[in-house]
Design a protein around this ligand. Structure first.
Ligand code: GDP
Length: 423
């Protein structure tokens, strides 16, 4: 089976846990977009890990993990991440695409300087260099992995590249210039560090698919952060959609036969941008404290996440643009404390109620229209069968399923690998 596990919302839906859980049925786990700017939290018998670039198959020795062409490869942070996993005594297989683009030191600096320059108009970037990275990539001045091994060509390219960047650093940001030879030395170290893992991963994947191997594509962030379909400009700079797995990894679009969209039983988001069902004050603090496995704080940045009631309008749209064939709802246990559950089923904008996802300007002004259901008010962790859930919890899941128009095939009632209820 060729499966994609992707986010239906703003990211942090719990994809890492579900990917880790599904990974043992996979031969290959692939990251196809994004970079070190977001993280998955995985809790298993080895401990609690925040993965940023490593595919979630690293905890299974039989799996080949692939960092494919579409990823923003941050070698420095990848090395640190690999060390954490190795230090925990875990052995893993990892291939890095020879056509992946390398994130460069100036990308991180530019991201930081630009957010500083924008002040209150900032995008809420994680400052991991992702936006400048993808700008360079699409301006065709980036460096692909294979270029690291063509030393003379690399040196010449860097010299030209930094002439322009240094003008920007000096005159726009008033910051120190970059010595291209220092970057060259850094890139040579990167080349050495990854050399044994570099491969033509796209040929590898196409062959594996022909041989009937089970491949799992692991998405980062969620549909509403997609550059083309999300809350632009408060989006990420690469496509977060399952459809992009085929582009970012180099496999046929028709090869992906199962698309699992992950959604949380409530909403959470990081960064700036409209969030119609957002909660504030004490109500938000309580949900934030109880959310996830350690409260709703970013796996990469530690930033407190914005939280809110379940947004069925945004999630239905997310499932549609992902092309979800099934949905997994995570963190149902988190809502056990609530007396009443609110589900946003419409957006009221200028006196009219919309059930379609609106453009960013309208979302900012839209008011949530809620339906309410009674809470179940008891701990549901430890329950092993869906049928054993309190009837109010089942009613909540089934109400949302109707709203989404896609089967909720799995419900997660705890952060651990085995805390999952199949339907
Ligand atoms: P990802 O980027 O989509 O993988 O999501 P994150 O890992 O950033 O955030 C999801 C958070 O929810 C993590 O802290 C997970 O450990 C936690 N989590 C996942 N599923 C469940 C669940 O069913 N219940 C609870 N309480 N926490 C969960």
């Amino acid at each position: 089976m060729i499966r994609a596990i992707v986010g239906a919302n703003w990211g942090d839906e719990g994809k890492g846990k579900i990917t880790d859980m599904c990974a043992d049925q996979s031969d290959i786990v692939v990251r196809f977009q994004g970079g070190a700017n977001a993280g998955h939290t995985i809790i298993n018998e080895h401990g609690r890990f925040a993965l940023h670039q490593l595919p979630s198959g690293v905890f299974h020795e039989h799996i080949t993990n692939v960092i494919a062409n579409g990823v923003a490869l941050n070698v420095d942070s990848l090395m640190k991440e690999m060390k954490t996993i190795e230090d925990a005594g875990i052995k893993f297989n990892l291939l890095i695409s020879e056509r992946a683009q390398v994130l460069m030191p100036h990308h991180v600096l530019m991201d930081t300087y630009e957010e500083e320059r924008l002040g209150d108009k900032k995008f809420g970037s994680t400052k991991s260099g992702i936006a400048p990275f993808y700008s360079d990539k699409y301006s065709k001045v980036g460096i692909q992995v294979w270029e690291l091994y063509n030393k003379e060509m690399l040196k010449e390219k860097l010299q030209g590249l930094y002439e322009k960047i240094n003008i920007q650093f000096k005159y726009l940001y008033n910051k120190p210039e970059i010595d291209y030879m220092e970057v060259y030395e850094t890139l040579c170290q990167y080349a050495e560090a990854i050399k044994d893992r570099v491969a033509d991963t796209s040929a590898f994947l196409r062959k594996a698919i022909k041989e009937g191997k089970n491949v799992l594509f692991e998405g980062q962030l969620g549909a509403l952060k997609d550059t083309d379909h999300g809350i632009y400009p408060y989006v990420t700079s690469s496509s977060t959609l399952a459809g992009y797995a085929s582009v970012g990894a180099g496999v046929p679009p028709y090869a992906i036969d199962n698309i699992v969209a992950i959604t949380k039983a409530y909403s959470s988001a990081v960064g700036e941008g409209p969030f119609v069902s957002e909660l504030f004050g004490e109500e938000a603090d309580e949900l934030r404290r109880k959310g996830g496995d350690k409260g709703e704080f970013g796996a990469t940045t530690g930033r407190p996440r914005r939280v809110g009631y379940f947004d069925a309008v945004a999630t239905r749209y997310g499932c549609e643009v992902q092309g979800a064939t099934e949905v997994c709802m995570t963190c149902l246990d988190v809502l056990s404390y609530m007396d009443t559950l609110h589900i946003c089923t419409g957006y009221e904008y200028e006196g009219k109620v919309y059930t379609d996802f609106l453009t960013t300007d309208k979302l900012y002004k839209a008011k949530p229209v809620y339906e309410t259901l009674p809470g179940w008010k008891c701990d549901i962790r430890g329950i092993k069968n869906y049928d054993e859930l309190p009837k109010e919890a089942k009613a909540y899941v089934e109400f949302i399923e109707k709203q989404l128009g896609v089967k909720i095939s799995m419900v997660s009632n705890g952060p651990g690998r085995h805390e999952i209820l199949y339907r």
